[in-house]
Design a protein around this ligand. Structure first.
Ligand SMILES: C[S@@+](CC[C@H](N)C(=O)[O-])C[C@H]1O[C@@H](n2cnc3c(N)ncnc32)[C@H](O)[C@@H]1O
Length: 208
């Protein structure tokens, strides 16, 4: 695992605090380096998740939260498909500052490991791509996502294969399914960051 989780010179699994994660991404935003790296690394997470989301969300007027929006790559894919009411949320304000204008209706500088300041049922969908990984957003956020998405809405995400079992993501998903809070619509190992030998579980769930 050690070699393949190195991003922007830092092994992800060594990140200990949210401040370290924020600083990593804010630094990575300089000179458009994050976006350039994602192109060079053929990062396919945003396109894969939006493609999987599309058949379950035919109404392009729905309100979507891009949780861990970073530089806005998921918003760009959603926008290309005609979705226009998109909010972004991320801990790294400088990375969010690099987002092109006109994609997101609102950007929220928040820590997704804390309770999210949206009322119950505020969104029709939450997408969270690249953000469930080492030292980033923890499995408990899935439960918050089910709270802020209305019944019948969609949650779509990637979970880095390296954290799926050992960092409580499988058990949190199983728990939410057993509690009948969510229903699985799609779930498979996606290419994600295949140029680096890293795959991710891609999930699309309906909120009950
Ligand atoms: C690999 S990037 C993915 C960004 C974007 N979704 C994409 O696919 O390009 C991970 C993102 O998670 C954000 N992040 C990490 N920990 C976070 C936290 N506790 N709260 C909010 N955002 C967080 C980072 O700032 C970064 O933008």
């Amino acid at each position: 695992m050690a070699q393949k989780d190195i991003v922007h010179k830092v092994p992800l699994h060594t990140l200990k605090s949210t401040d370290e994660v924020r600083d990593l991404y804010d630094d990575w935003s300089k000179n458009d380096k994050y976006n350039q790296d994602m192109i060079d690394w053929k990062y396919s997470g945003p396109k894969e998740v939006v493609s999987a989301f599309l058949p379950h969300a035919p109404n392009k007027g729905i309100k979507i939260l891009d949780a861990g929006c970073g530089s806005g790559l998921v918003g760009e894919e959603l926008s290309k498909e005609g979705y226009s009411i998109i909010h972004g949320a991320d801990i790294a304000a400088k990375l969010m500052n690099s987002i092109p204008a006109g994609i997101y209706q609102a950007l929220h500088n928040v820590d997704l490991n804390k309770p999210i300041n949206f009322t119950d049922d505020f969104f029709d969908a939450v997408l969270c791509v690249g953000t469930f990984t080492f030292g980033h957003v923890k499995a408990k956020a899935l439960s918050e996502f089910t709270r802020i998405v209305k019944s019948g809405g969609i949650i779509g995400f990637t979970i880095n294969e390296g954290v799926f079992l050992d960092h409580g993501f499988k058990s949190e998903l199983d728990h939410l399914v057993i509690q009948k809070k969510i229903t699985q619509l799609d779930f498979y190992l996606s290419d994600y960051l295949s140029s680096k030998g890293v795959k991710a579980w891609l999930g699309i769930y309906q909120v009950n």
